[in-house]
Design a protein around this ligand. Structure first.
Ligand code: AMP
Length: 280
C-alpha cells in the first residue's frame, strides 16, 4: 500500500492512474478503522482496480463543543488494517496540507440541512460536503463508498455530485454492527462501561419503531413510543428521533415508499447516531 500525505502527490498519482485506464474507488474516513470502514474497502476492492482510502479528521465538520480533540486516532493500526483489507493507496494529509490557508469558498448544503443531525450540528454538513468536494478533486474517483450508518450524509452527497455534475458514483454499504446491535463507530471506545451496555438500546428502539410503523401506527404516536422506550432503557439524552422519506429527507405525507427512521442520543462524551431505512 502506498502512503501519501501531500495533496499534490495524490493528484499526480491519480493523473497517472487515469493514463493507465485504471478505475479508482475511494473510501473517505476519519480513521480509527473498524469493521464498518473495512466493509467499505472490501466492497470497493471487489469492483474497482485501485482503492484509495483517506484518513483525515476534518476540523470543519466539528462544532465548537464537539469531540475533535477527543476523536480517537491510531494511524499505525489503521495502515495495517487498510492494507490487509485491500487498500492500495492511503491518503493521510495533515490539517495544514488540506487547509494551507483560510478557505474563501465552501459548499453550502441547501436540501436536507435542517433535519436530523443538521439541527444539533449546525455547519456540520457544509464541512462534510466541502472536504468531500476537495478530496474528490484530488482523488478523482470513479466511485466513492459511504456507509448507510450516516444516511443523511449519503443523501446530501448524492445531491452534491448531481448538482455539481461530478462524475462520481456514490455507492453505499449497510451498517456493520456489534453483536448486541450497536452500530460500529470509532466513537464507541469513548463510551464508559455502563454507557456501552445501554448503547444498543438505540438500535433496539428503532427496530421497535419500524414494527410499529408496519402495524400501521401514526407517525407522531410511534415517534413518542420510540422515545419512551429509549427513556426507559438508557440514561442518554435523546437528541432526536424522526421518521422521514429517504433520500428526500422530508416529512412523509403518508407512510409509504422509502422511509428512514433515525435517531441520535447523547452520552457524557459521545453522541451516537443510527438509522433504519426501509420500504413500505
Ligand atoms: P467516519 O470515519 O466515521 O467518517 O466514517 C467513514 C465512512 O465509514 C463513512 O462513509 C461512514 O458512513 C462509514 N461507516 C462508519 N461506521 C460504519 C458502520 N458501522 N457500518 C458501515 N459503514 C460505516
Amino acid at each position: 500500500m502506498k502512503f501519501i500525505n501531500q495533496p499534490q502527490e495524490m493528484s499526480a498519482l491519480t493523473a497517472q492512474l487515469k493514463t493507465e485506464q485504471k478505475s479508482i474507488a475511494f473510501v473517505p474516513t476519519m480513521g480509527f478503522l473498524h469493521e464498518g470502514h473495512l466493509s467499505l474497502i472490501k466492497a470497493a476492492q471487489s469492483k474497482y482496480d485501485v482503492v484509495v482510502v483517506s484518513i483525515f479528521v476534518n476540523p470543519r465538520q466539528f462544532g465548537e463543543n464537539e469531540d475533535f480533540d477527543n476523536y480517537p486516532r491510531d494511524l499505525e493500526r489503521d495502515l495495517k488494517l487498510a492494507e490487509e483489507h485491500g487498500a492500495h493507496i492511503m491518503f493521510h494529509p495533515s490539517q495544514s496540507q488540506m487547509y494551507p490557508a483560510p478557505m474563501r469558498t465552501e459548499v453550502n448544503v441547501i436540501k436536507g440541512n435542517d433535519v436530523l443531525c443538521a439541527k444539533s450540528r449546525p455547519g456540520h454538513f457544509n464541512g462534510v460536503a466541502t472536504v468531500v468536494m476537495k478530496l474528490f478533486q484530488l482523488v478523482k474517483p470513479d466511485a466513492a463508498f459511504f456507509g448507510m450508518k450516516d444516511a443523511q450524509q449519503v443523501a446530501i452527497l448524492k445531491n452534491m455530485v448531481h448538482d455539481f455534475n461530478m462524475n462520481v458514483d456514490i455507492e453505499t454499504v449497510e451498517t456493520s454492527r456489534e453483536e448486541d446491535g450497536l452500530a460500529k463507530s470509532s466513537r464507541n471506545v469513548n463510551l464508559n462501561k455502563t454507557e456501552r451496555q445501554e448503547a444498543a438500546s438505540l438500535y433496539k428502539a428503532l427496530k421497535k419503531g419500524k414494527e410499529l410503523i408496519q402495524m400501521g401506527k401514526e407517525r407522531e404516536t410511534l415517534l413518542l413510543e420510540v422515545e419512551n422506550e429509549l427513556i426507559a432503557s438508557t440514561s442518554a439524552e435523546i437528541d432526536y428521533i424522526d421518521l422521514l422519506t429517504f433520500p428526500e429527507l422530508e416529512v412523509p405525507q403518508q407512510l409509504t415508499g422509502q422511509l428512514i427512521l433515525a435517531g441520535a442520543i447523547r452520552f457524557q462524551q459521545v453522541r451516537l447516531i443510527d438509522n433504519i431505512t426501509f420500504e413500505l
